[in-house]
Design a protein around this ligand. Structure first.
Ligand SMILES: Nc1ncnc2c1ncn2[C@@H]1O[C@H](COP(=O)(O)OP(=O)(O)OP(=O)(O)O)[C@@H](O)[C@H]1O
Ligand SMILES: [Mg+2]
Length: 261
């Protein structure tokens, strides 16, 4: 079966800093994959490379067999790939509803949006209705007319997920969705994300919260200094010597297993 996402030998360096080296993995449609690793191990850069926010130096990225690595971000959105950012930045003067509606135009590209082409205008009613459904689903209906920049940290995370969903993605990549989020909302996020997966969206989730990873994911990819050092189930993480070495920075001993999870 062709994987939904196939990443082969991807490398990226910034100057002399080799951030990703020979990164290869597959994700099949319907999977929920966790991406973990210490700070600076290359997780966000990997998401940037897949979503067109940075161009890999080497390697190939295929979505359903189609190469993405030479495309720019809005073209990649058209292939059904969406993502959120680790630190969601919200525009100062737009409401929650307006920001979500803008998320529905990400695939049109700069010129179509600027010129307000017929296809952009035609889709406005559809966009408004989808925005309403997503606000309901992501607990944002009460704040729909509030300035997006004034939302709480957790609400901004939900808003960025809603924006990413506007384009009906096949693959949704989330960069630290629970950072700074209250445990109650974290639990709700697990339920919401499982529901998205049940609706047919494949999920790739970068996270530091191991509890969240264990609750949500079926498989994990572990990055350390730009290399994939393990691919395993969440249950196997705490006994994987490469994972322990990545997190503890030295030869792992059985007694240290508890430190990770
Ligand atoms: N645009 C950039 N220019 C220069 N260096 C960069 C750039 N983006 C990332 N890096 C470097 O790449 C390395 C990996 O960064 P990245 O943000 O991918 O790590 P991460 O695994 O997401 O870390 P964290 O868990 O802290 O978010 C870091 O050393 C970072 O400084
Ligand atoms: Mg990061």
């Amino acid at each position: 079966m062709t994987p939904l996402l196939k990443v082969s030998n991807v490398a990226k360096a910034y100057g002399g800093n080799r951030v990703l080296e020979s990164v290869s993995f597959n994700i099949h449609a319907g999977e929920i994959i966790g991406v973990i690793g210490p700070n600076g191990s290359g997780k966000s850069t990997l998401l940037n490379a897949i979503s067109g926010f940075t161009r890999p130096d080497h390697g190939e990225i295929l979505i359903d067999g189609q190469p993405l690595q030479h495309l720019v971000a809005h073209q990649i959105v058209r292939h059904g790939v969406a993502r959120t950012f680790q630190l969601p930045a919200m525009p100062e003067k737009m409401t929650v509803l307006e920001v979500i509606m803008a998320g529905g135009t990400a695939h049109h590209g700069f010129w179509s949006n600027l010129l307000n082409t017929p296809s952009v205008r035609r889709s406005e009613r559809e966009t408004r209705s989808r925005a309403g459904q997503l606000m309901e689903r992501l607990l944002l209906s009460q704040v729909r007319d509030n300035p997006a920049a004034a939302l709480s940290g957790g609400q901004k995370k939900l808003l960025s997920i809603a924006c990413a969903l506007m384009g009906h993605p096949r693959l949704l990549m989330l960069d630290e969705p629970t950072a700074g989020v209250h445990p109650n909302l974290r639990r709700e996020m697990v339920t919401m994300l499982k529901q998205l997966a049940a609706d047919g969206i494949t999920l790739m989730v970068v996270e530091h919260d191991m509890h969240f990873i264990r609750e949500l994911c079926e498989r994990c990819i572990v990055l350390d200094r730009g290399h994939i050092v393990a691919e395993c189930t969440p249950a196997e993480l705490s006994s994987n010597v490469h994972v322990l070495q990545a997190y503890l920075g030295k030869k792992a001993h059985a007694a240290e297993k508890m430190t990770l999870c």
